[in-house]
Structure formats: C-alpha cells, structure tokens
Design a protein around this ligand. Structure first.
Ligand code: GLU
Length: 482
C-alpha cells in the first residue's frame, strides 16, 4: 500500500517549522508499559526537550475492558520509574467522547461526512463481490451520495468521512521519508459508530488537535493510520502535525518482539535489576546514534537527539549490551542511592540489621565493579549482611577442611594484636605474616576468605576485612575455626 515517492499534485504541504513543539505519548493500557512504548515515550520526551517544547501524555483508554485502574497505573509507574515525567495533566481519551462526537457532527453539517445505513448483509455482499473481482476490500461509497430519505427503517446509521477519492496523499515522515498512498485506496472510514461511540481514528485526531500536538512520534505500525488521520485533520480544518514513525523493536533473533522473547514490560527490567538510566541510554541507542558514543548522558541526549536522525531499520534487543551498559551505570552510581534500591531486594531474602546495611554500603566500592544488575550486586554483597554465624558454601567448607582451619587458628592471635585495621595495613600485614611464617600468600588468603565471606568468590579479602572491621572479622574467623 505504501511507497516512497516524490511530491505529486494533490498533496498538502505540511508545516515545516512549527513555533513550539508539542509531542505526546499515547499508550493504550495493556497492563504494563511495553519496552517499545517506553522507547516511543523517550523519543517524544527527548525531542520535546531538545526543541524547548512540551511532552504530553494521553491515556487511550477507550477499550474499557482493558483500561483497568491497574493497567493505567502500570503506565504511570513505568514512566515515572524511567524518569520520563510528562508536562501537565494526563489526558484520558474516553472522557473526551463528547468532543469526538461533536467533531463528527460538525463534519456532517459541513457535508464533509455522511450517514451510512449499509446493513451488515450489504457490507458482506460488498466484500464478497470485491474478493471475487480481485479488488481491494473497502467500503465502496454506497451511501456517499444517497439521500438520507432513502434510509431503511429501523437502521441506525454510522457516520463516515467523505474522503478524497482522486490523487494521492503524501506525508513527509521525519523517519520514513516521503510516503504516499493513492486516495483511491483509502475508503470513507467510519467516524462514529451506530451506537454513537467514536472510532479510534476520530478520537486520536480530535485529541491531537485539541492538545495542540505538532509532532506525532510513534511506532511504524501506525503509519497506515497516518494517511487517514491526515485526511481527517484537514477535513476538520486544521494543520497536520509532522509525523515520525519509528521502527519497532525486534528480539535478538530478528523477529518482532513478542511474549516468546520474555520481558516485554519495563517493570520486568526493573525487577531484573536494571537501572532506569541504563534503560534510557539503551533505548535511546536502539535506532538512533551519535557517532560511536555508547554512554550518553541525559543532558547529551537532550542536546543531540533529533527525530529526523532515527534509522528506518528495525532495532534488535541485545541483552549483553544492555547488561554491559547496566554494569557501567552501577559502577558510577551514587552509593546512598544504590543502597535505597538494594534495601528492598536484600530485605526480601531475610531480616537485615542496621550494622549489616552499613557494612554493605561500605563494601559497595569493591562490589560495584563486579555486578551487571542490582540483583547480582545484592547477591554478591549478601555476606556483608549476614548475621553470625555466617553460612559457608561447599568450597569454603572444603578450604577450611583442607588444613585451612589450622592456618586460620594460627593467624587469629596475630590479627588480634593488630591495631591499625585499614586495607593498607592489612595488605602489609598479610605479606609480612606470610614471610615471617614461611608461607605463600596463596596459602593464607583462602582460609581468610572462607571464614570472612563464607565463599571463595569475593572482592579483595583485605578490603572485605577492612569493611567488616576488626571485631566482626575476628568473630567470623573464630566462628569458622570453632
Ligand atoms: N494508542 C496507540 C498505541 O498504544 C498509539 C496511538 C498513537 O500514538 O497515535 O499503540
């Protein structure tokens, strides 16, 4: 239906330099904020900020069964967590049905729309005939020029747009480039159903007009809708917005993202331990780039982002890249903020006390470079939180059983005598102790690690001992030999 073509006669030029940019994110509640929707929101947000404009939120809640309070809250929560707060109050589409109806009725009174009384049987017959003739399936204008006096009794009409039939409609899509469709392919779409409810097309257009939207940035699954929406906007006597239809996100296998690929909602990424800034940076780079820059701050994103630079190829999710980016943002995150994020994670695995939380915070510097998610960070720091006696994993048990206990036992009095308990002095002490006792460092470190951490996988052991403090370290070591 679409092709990329040059300008032809019956097209309407779009406004190229609107005064103030107003974008919108217009999700239909589904129960979660879809990862693709999150990227659409991000692009709308960034473009508005880049242009010094406004970014609005419209909840398209006309599907009453799906638009539950919880489903709407999931969108607010997802956007807030991502840091994509919108300007002003959110607009709820369903509440605006009167405005949508009024627009349809105005078009009717101006002759730009008409009542259609076609019965379901007539519409079926129309489709069958078109199918048999190999023609495109569409409403054939049956009631376009008929007089309402001929209306069959008892049939409630729909209202249809009297759409142009000749020429073509061309859009200069900011992402897709010039796209055209022959007007003969667009039928007279329904604006108001026979029960008086507005159609989706009508609602979107009227809302975009009333909200003063200058740029419609959304998934390219809506590109076909844009032609009809464009015609409707013109019929309503308004200037069309600029469109930017962004390619959808695909899974790592190249197929369109679906449940089968796993995490679809932003909340799932939060629960896996990704930071919001990671997701912002990652989603930004999916389909848009600034040279080879991988790490892009919010300020840089706002300064550099232009919707016209978004690519046309579908973007593929790459979990390794996402994890590496998260590792970067964890490494550079503020410790107090990380503690706020970690606390619910560690509390969900068992009771924690204030001393344990302090130890974890002091240990973050050594743990952060090793974690790709908050979950990993919480897991790797669990040994700091654990009340004594610390549980030992199998490798730690083996280390202590294989002569480690005796090595440790001999070290404890010497450690007790140590007054300066910093990582530096502990490094110096372990070296000196190894030399004095004629042992290799590789002999004395493992039992220290087993006793102080309960596993053989931890940051530098002298760092851990310094973080634990003298009393806690010695108490743990004595537990291990006891
Ligand atoms: N509500 C539509 C969706 O969630 C978006 C409509 C639009 O952006 O125009 O896909």
């Amino acid at each position: 239906m679409l092709n990329h073509a040059s300008l032809s006669e019956n097209t309407h030029k779009q406004q190229l330099f609107p005064m103030t940019v107003v974008t919108r994110f217009a999700p239909s509640p589904t129960g979660y904020l879809h990862i693709g929707g999150a990227r659409t929101a991000l692009y709308n947000y960034l473009y508005a900020k880049h242009m010094g404009g406004k970014y609005l939120l419209r909840i398209e809640d006309t599907d009453r069964a799906r638009s539950t309070e919880g489903a709407i809250a999931a969108i607010f929560d997802g956007l807030s967590w991502l840091g994509l707060g919108w300007d002003g109050e959110p607009v709820f589409q369903f509440a605006r049905a009167d405005k949508h109806r009024a627009a349809a009725e105005r078009l009717l009174s101006e002759g730009k729309a008409y009542y259609c009384y076609a019965s379901p049987e007539e519409l079926t017959a129309m489709r069958e005939e078109q199918k048999a003739k190999g023609l495109p399936i569409k409403y054939n204008g049956l009631w376009r020029d008929r007089n309402a006096k001929d209306a069959p009794a008892g049939v409630k009409p729909v209202i249809r747009l009297r759409a142009p039939q000749d020429g073509e409609t061309m859009l200069h899509d900011l992402v897709q480039g010039p796209v055209t469709v022959a007007n003969s392919q667009l039928d007279d779409m329904i604006l108001l159903r026979s029960d008086g409810t507005p159609t989706y097309m009508l609602a979107v257009v009227v809302d975009d007009i009333d909200m003063g939207i200058t740029h419609v940035i959304r998934g390219d699954d809506h590109l076909n809708n844009a032609f009809r929406q464009y015609q409707l906007i013109l019929a309503l006597g308004h200037e069309a917005p600029q469109y930017g239809h962004i390619p959808l996100i695909h899974g790592a296998d190249g197929a369109k993202l679906s449940k089968r690929h796993g995490a679809l909602g932003v909340d799932a990424y939060r629960d896996m331990g990704f930071l919001p800034e990671t997701l912002r940076n990652y989603l930004l780079r999916l389909g848009w780039g600034h040279g080879d820059d991988e790490i892009i701050s919010d300020e840089q994103a706002i300064a550099w982002f232009d919707i016209a630079d978004v690519g046309r190829a579908p973007a593929r999710l790459d979990f390794d890249k996402l994890a590496n980016l998260n590792a970067h943002y964890i490494r550079t995150a503020d410790d107090a903020r990380l503690m706020n994020l970690l606390r619910p994670l560690v509390e969900s695995t068992g009771p924690v006390d204030a001393g344990g939380l302090k130890r974890l915070e002091r240990g973050l510097a050594g743990l952060k470079p090793r974690a790709k998610t908050l979950k990993e960070l919480a897991e790797s720091g669990a040994f700091y939180l654990h009340p004594r006696p610390l549980p030992l994993d199998d490798k730690a048990k083996t280390t202590l059983a294989d002569g480690g206990k005796a090595t440790l036992q001999a070290m404890i009095p010497a450690l007790e005598a140590l007054t300066d308990w910093t990582q530096g002095s502990l490094d110096a002490w372990t070296k000196a102790y190894a030399e004095q006792t004629g042992q290799k460092l590789g002999k004395i470190m493992p039992p220290l690690r087993a006793g102080a951490c309960g596993s053989m996988n931890s940051p530098s052991i002298t760092e851990v001992m310094a973080v634990l403090g003298k009393d806690e370290t010695l108490a743990r070591l004595k537990d291990a030999v006891g």
